[in-house]
Design a protein around this ligand. Structure first.
Ligand code: 9Z3
Length: 381
């Protein structure tokens, strides 16, 4: 089917050759009047998205955990950071056999969580299920497999090599401290719609934290998705090609799968303007593969959403260099003053340590600056 008007302009088409078997049109477009983004306000667009696309079954439990966790830390006047981490999936079928995914392992998020905890923040860790977790990441996904450093003692106990125990000890201590203080809440998601439902709840729960809050949005969120109403109920069949095949593309019958993906709502806009319009520091990440457009895209995000800080990174160099792009002054475009600060791990790719050990103190420094501004403008500073 043809896609009309403004909706067409933002719809993306992918030809997946490796799924080889079928020429399957997943889209059953509603009338234009129901969908036209030019007539629909962004809020309506978001409401429609949440009404149509499934929440995780755990949403109510997660909401309760979030409210309890946040009110406990607000009562203690502790700073709270909401970290998003890992990639979202885009299911192709409601009974999902196939889905689109992305590269993110959750390294940035899991590692950052540890440094925020070290800096005294309580951490809500909204993460892709089975991606890297704070503390566990040191042994779950390591090639240096932990069992290789252990042996059985004569009396049936376990002995850990001295050197390995030395590297494990600080991690164990930090983990135990976190457990004792109850400063880490982990909430998993898988699909992009689960992510957005949970992010909305988490953002609304963060409101009472006010200027003590940080949003650190490191998850790799899919820009496109298949709306629930347009999804196949069951596994896409290669046999469907016979009835669905179109000669228009010239592709051989039964050899092509055509997917029509819709744009994901601009969640950052909703987060800042509706879900959590608090003085919290919002830090979003911008990932690019082309170094020539990274800064321009980071600035575009700041202009578009009006938040303070974007951390830009490139796919290939993300573990040893990032750029902080800050909109130092609000106001009209011509008045904007961009601050760009590169943070690099000494020794680059072969450098020792983790770049998050440099990123988090810098975010904390800027958060403290912002908290002072907020206190000043409230007449408390
Ligand atoms: C990032 O840029 C993260 O730093 C990475 C971390 C995903 C690169 P890993 O998990 O990778 O350590 O392997 N996250 C944001 C990616 C993203 O989707 N950003 C959107 C965009 O670039 C805006 S929210 O348009």
């Amino acid at each position: 089917r043809q896609i009309e008007g403004s909706y067409r302009a933002t719809t993306h088409q992918i030809h997946t050759n490796h799924l080889l078997s079928t020429n399957y049109n997943l889209r059953h477009l509603p009338a234009r009047s129901e969908r036209s983004s030019s007539t629909m306000s962004l809020t309506n667009e978001a409401d429609a998205y949440f009404a149509e696309n499934p929440a995780p079954p755990s949403l109510a439990t997660a909401k309760k955990q979030l409210d309890d966790f946040i009110s406990t830390h607000v009562a203690q006047n502790r700073r709270v950071v909401l970290i998003t981490s890992g990639g979202t999936t885009v299911p192709l079928e409601r009974n999902t056999v196939r889905f689109l995914d992305n590269f993110s392992a959750g390294t940035r998020g899991a590692c950052s969580a540890e440094y925020f905890l070290k800096a005294g923040y309580a951490v809500v860790f909204l993460h892709r299920q089975w991606s890297l977790l704070p503390f566990a990441r040191h042994y779950t996904h390591s090639r240096n497999f932990f069992l290789g450093h252990m042996s059985e003692t004569a009396d049936g106990g376990i002995e850990i090599e001295d050197d390995y125990a030395k590297t494990l000890l600080p991690i164990l201590r930090a983990y135990k401290k976190t457990q004792k203080e109850g400063t880490l809440l982990m909430i998993p998601f898988t699909t992009v719609s689960e992510y957005l439902h949970l992010l909305r709840e988490a953002a609304m729960s963060m409101r009472p934290v006010g200027a003590n809050g940080v949003f650190y949005l490191a998850a790799a969120v899919s820009d496109f998705f298949v709306p629930s109403s347009e999804m196949s109920e069951h596994k896409i069949q290669s046999g469907d090609a016979d009835s669905m095949a179109t000669p228009v593309t010239g592709a051989p019958r039964g050899k092509t799968l055509n997917l029509h993906l819709s744009p994901t709502p601009k969640f950052l806009h909703h987060l800042i303007s509706t879900w959590a319009p608090t003085p919290a520091l919002v830090v979003s990440f911008k990932l690019e593969t082309d170094p020539g457009i990274l800064l321009a895209k980071a600035k575009q995000a700041l202009r578009r959403y009006g938040h303070r800080l974007v951390i830009g990174n490139l796919l290939k160099t993300r573990s040893w260099e990032v750029v902080f792009v800050e909109n130092g002054q609000g106001g009209k475009e011509e008045d904007e003053r961009w601050k760009e600060d590169w943070i690099r791990l000494e020794g680059g790719e072969k450098g020792k340590g983790e770049i998050e050990a440099l990123i988090i103190p810098e975010v904390v420094r800027r958060h403290e600056g912002m908290m002072k501004e907020v206190a000043g403008s409230n007449g408390n500073g």
